[in-house]
Design a protein around this ligand. Structure first.
Ligand code: HAM
Length: 414
């Protein structure tokens, strides 16, 4: 047997996934977002230049290939860089550009509960808007989706503010001197990150490092006047919008492109991989060949993790029932054509149906129809074919009867 690739999944029932996606599309369209699609294959440099070379994703998790022209391409690990690329490349003039996309992302991480190598993200971006009120509005929208549309209650919104480049420079000096004092107790990766990309120490998964960094200098203590005002305003606006959040100083997000607002929605129901949505404000453009940086805000929902939460809360949701299914059984090959014609007619009248073309014993065919959840079974043998009728069995009441083929649609609609 050839098995699926490690860290990938087969979805054999898409009912819940489609339901949640439908809910998301509803709310996003209400907030004036448009759906877009970008390629799964992208130039590797797109992510190297935007996420940062020192990030976990770029340094060790990308699936990279060499294409014909020796240009390095990869399976996209996320969709933000692609969205900004598409904005620049297609010379979009809409401002802000409010878009979302849904699809698979690829990261060569160690698979575990809630962590896959291929996983779906619902990615939402507001490109080209520098108002911090946009951030509050955006976070509120995600919050509404989680608690009102999906009725999820057991979650936390973690919020932090990374300030501007100058703030991070000041913070970096303080962080460096803090790390100097504890450098003998931190892991080798953190020691290296201290020299190359110091903020990434907060992405460390080592429990000992994480504990030590609880006392690290907080970025929000190093904000300039403008950033500090914005940070306060953001918190106030979120409070006005009744969005509860927890200021989490060690939340720096694992990608280099963020500045100012960063946030993550997490739930204790998910175990170690508890973040099911992450995002923030960023400024990309020059790195991707654009004329200037474009201030934007966005986030991605990890759909696999979100579905785990939705599945835990199913009793609070009313998922639309599948329409009734009717099963048509031609008794022999002689009735096959008629069965197929009847099937087409039912279908064109929006009556879902399936035809059993096994021509095996009636007992096993009825058992199969029952297993398929048939509401009515329509049996066509020699007599029915001759008389222009079908024998019909109501599988809920076990009632049997005969119906004229010309009256069948009206009968099933009742
Ligand atoms: P991220 O935090 O890397 O951000 O991913 C967002 C979400 O995707 C995570 O919170 C998690 O739910 C899900 N996720 C990430 N990796 C995996 C995995 N290996 N298996 C399952 N789920 C996973 C981004 O990707 C940014 N592009 C978000 C963003 C959009 N920021 C601004 N705009």
């Amino acid at each position: 047997m050839i098995s699926k690739v490690r860290g990938t999944q087969d979805f054999l029932d898409l009912t819940l996934k489609n339901f949640v996606l439908q809910k998301a599309k509803q709310i996003l369209s209400c907030y004036n977002f448009t759906q877009i699609e970008t390629p799964i294959l992208e130039p590797t440099n797109l992510f190297v230049h935007s996420l940062g070379e020192q990030t976990d994703v770029v340094s060790k998790e990308m699936y990279i290939f060499d294409s014909d022209k020796k240009e390095s391409i990869c399976l996209r690990p996320e969709a933000t860089a692609s969205t900004v690329r598409a904005y620049i490349e297609n010379q979009v003039i809409e401002k802000p550009w409010k878009v979302f996309s849904f699809g698979p992302m690829f990261r060569k991480e160690r698979p575990q509960k809630g962590r896959w190598r291929q996983f779906d993200q619902l990615n939402i971006e507001v490109i080209d808007s520098d108002s911090l009120f946009q951030d509050a509005h955006f976070i509120k929208m995600i919050d509404v989706f989680i608690c009102q549309s999906l009725k999820i209650e057991n979650y936390v919104l973690k919020l932090n503010f990374l300030g501007c480049l100058d703030d991070r420079k000041k913070h970096k000096i303080a962080l460096n001197s803090f790390l100097e004092d504890i450098k003998n107790n931190i892991c080798a990766t953190c020691l290296q990150r201290k020299e190359t990309n110091i903020l990434r120490i907060f992405d460390c998964k080592n429990e000992n490092c994480k504990k030590l960094y609880k006392d690290a200098p907080k970025l929000t203590d190093y904000l300039c006047k403008q950033c500090d005002d914005q940070w306060k305003e953001l918190q106030e606006t979120l409070s006005v919008l009744s969005v509860s959040f927890v200021h989490t100083p060690e939340l720096v997000r694992g990608l280099d492109y963020y500045n100012k607002t960063v946030f993550e929605f997490s739930s204790p129901e998910l175990g170690a991989q508890d973040a099911f949505c992450g995002g923030g404000r960023y400024s990309l453009g020059k790195e991707l060949g654009g004329k200037s940086d474009i201030p934007s805000i966005g986030s991605a929902i990890g759909f696999g993790r979100l579905l785990i939460l939705v599945a835990n809360n199913l009793n609070k949701l009313s998922i639309p029932q599948q329409p009734a299914l009717h099963v048509i059984i031609p008794i022999s090959k002689k009735q096959a054509d008629l069965a197929l014609i009847i099937s087409d007619e039912l279908q064109s009248n929006n009556l879902c149906n399936d035809v059993l073309l096994d021509f095996s014993s009636m007992k096993s065919l009825m058992r199969k129809a029952n297993k398929m959840g048939a509401k009515y079974v329509l049996i066509i043998g020699d007599d029915e074919q001759k008389n222009g009728t079908v024998s019909i069995k109501n599988m809920q009441t076990s009632e049997v009867g005969s119906v004229k083929q010309s009256y069948l649609i009206d009968y099933l609609r009742k």
